[in-house]
Design a protein around this ligand. Structure first.
Ligand SMILES: [Fe+2]
Length: 370
C-alpha cells in the first residue's frame, strides 16, 4: 500500500494520494527478500523430502513438522504463510488439524493444502469441509503442486496487505483524534455507544462491526484539514467552514479503496447530516440519512455533550439527554433514535453507562481478535 504525505512546518500532513496501490504479486513472490514461509506437516520423512524438492524452484523458506503438536508450537513462534498437511498423521488427523487452525482467529487465514494417498472422493470432501483450501491426491505432480502453492501464496499476500492497510487506516484515524487533547478516547466511547444502540435496535453483527469501525474512522478526513482551522479559537469564517465540512467527503475518499470498509462509508460521509435536511455534505433528510450514520451521530453528540471542552464543562447524563431531546424536537435529530438512546442510557448513571457500553466494545473486540 502506498499513502504519501506532504507535511509543511506547523501544518497537518496533506494526504496527496489516498489510493491504495496493491503491489504486483507476481513480482513480490519472485523477490528473494520476500521469502514466504511454507510449513510441511507430515510424519513420513520421504514425503516431506519430496515436497521440499518440488518447492525448491522458488525462494520459499520451508519448515518441517513431523507431528501436529510440533506444528502448533511452530505456529506460536513463526509467521507461516502456507501449510501443506497430510490427511493421515499421528496424534490427530489432517482433518482435525485443519479444523483447529480454521477455528482460531490467529491462524484462520493461513491457506492449507491437504494431501493424501488414500483414494476416495469422501476424503476430499471431508478435507475441504474441514477448511482445507486445496486438496491433492498422491502421487503428487510437481508442476501441479508448484502452481497451487504459488496461487495460494498470492492470495495470502493479498489478504495480508488488506489487513495491514486497514490497520494503518485505524492508526491514522487515532492519530487524528489524539491531536485534539480534549477528545482522548473519543473513538472508543463512540464505538461503544454506537454498538450499544445497535444492540438495542436488534441490528446484525455486520452492522455492529460497521459502527465499531465507524467510531474510529468517521473523522479520518480531518487529516486533510489544516490545524489553523481545526484548532481555531473563536468562530470560523464561512470559507473555513466550507473547508471543515469537506472532512466527510475526504474521509470517504480515503477509505473507499478498501472493499472491507464499504459498509462504513455511509457513516463517514453522512455523520453530519441533519434530520431536517440542514446538515452536510448532501443535505439528506429523514430516513434518506443512512441509519448507521444516524446512530453514530447520536453517539457523537452525546459524547460531545458529556465530555469537557475548552468552551464548556462536561454535562451530566440527564442534562445531555435533555439537550438532545430538544434538538430532536426542533427537527435536527432522528425523533425515534434520540428517545431510544435516552431510554437505553437512562436506566443507568454515568459510570454505569460507560461501563456497560465499554462491555459491548470489549465483546466486539474479543470477537474481532478471536
Ligand atoms: Fe465529523
Amino acid at each position: 500500500m502506498s499513502i504519501e504525505f506532504k507535511a509543511e512546518a506547523g501544518q497537518v500532513p496533506v494526504l496527496l494520494r489516498p489510493e491504495i496501490h496493491l503491489p504486483l504479486w507476481e513480482g513480490v513472490l519472485e523477490d528473494p527478500s520476500y521469502a514466504p514461509t511454507v510449513m510441511i506437516v507430515d510424519d513420513v520423512d520421504l514425503n516431506r523430502r519430496l515436497l521440499k524438492a518440488m518447492l525448491r524452484t522458488a525462494p520459499y523458506r520451508i519448515l518441517e513438522a513431523k507431528r501436529p503438536s510440533v506444528a502448533f508450537s511452530m505456529l506460536d513462534r513463526e509467521k507461516i504463510d502456507l501449510i501443506v498437511v497430510d490427511l493421515v498423521m499421528p496424534e490427530m488427523s489432517g482433518i482435525e488439524f485443519c479444523q483447529m487452525l480454521k477455528s482460531d482467529r490467529r491462524t484462520q487465514f493461513i491457506p492449507i493444502l491437504m494431501t493424501t494417498g488414500v483414494q476416495g472422493i469422501e476424503n476430499e470432501v471431508a478435507g475441504l469441509e474441514s477448511g482445507a483450501d486445496e486438496f491433492l491426491l498422491k502421487p503428487l505432480k510437481p508442476a501441479v503442486v508448484r502452481t497451487r502453492v504459488r496461487t495460494m501464496l498470492r492470495n495470502k499476500a493479498l489478504v495480508d496487505s488488506l489487513e495491514e492497510a486497514e490497520t494503518i487506516l485505524f492508526a491514522l484515524a487515532q492519530s487524528v483524534e489524539h491531536r485534539d487533547k480534549y477528545t482522548g478516547m473519543h473513538c472508543e466511547r463512540l464505538a461503544a455507544y454506537g454498538i450499544g444502540l445497535a444492540q438495542a435496535l436488534g441490528l446484525s453483527k455486520h452492522d455492529q462491526l460497521a459502527l465499531f469501525r465507524g467510531g474510529y474512522l468517521h473523522d479520518i478526513g480531518k487529516i486533510s484539514i489544516p490545524d489553523s482551522i481545526l484548532f481555531k479559537r473563536g468562530l470560523l469564517t464561512e470559507e473555513e467552514w466550507a473547508t471543515m465540512r469537506q472532512h466527510t467527503i475526504r474521509g470517504e475518499e480515503i477509505c473507499r479503496p478498501m472493499k472491507t470498509l464499504a459498509p462504513v462509508l455511509p457513516i463517514i460521509r453522512s455523520h453530519h447530516e441533519r434530520w431536517d435536511g440542514s446538515g452536510y455534505p448532501d443535505g439528506l433528510r429523514g430516513e434518506q440519512i443512512p441509519l448507521l450514520a444516524r446512530i453514530l451521530q447520536v453517539a457523537d453528540i452525546y459524547d460531545a455533550l458529556t465530555t469537557a471542552r475548552p468552551y464548556k464543562p462536561a454535562f451530566p447524563h440527564q442534562q445531555a439527554v435533555a439537550v438532545m431531546l430538544e434538538e430532536a424536537r426542533r427537527g435536527w435529530r432522528d425523533p425515534e433514535l434520540v428517545p431510544l438512546f435516552a431510554e437505553v442510557a437512562g436506566h443507568q448513571d454515568d459510570d454505569e453507562l460507560v461501563t456497560t457500553m465499554q462491555h459491548s466494545l470489549d465483546n466486539m473486540r474479543r470477537e474481532l481478535a478471536g
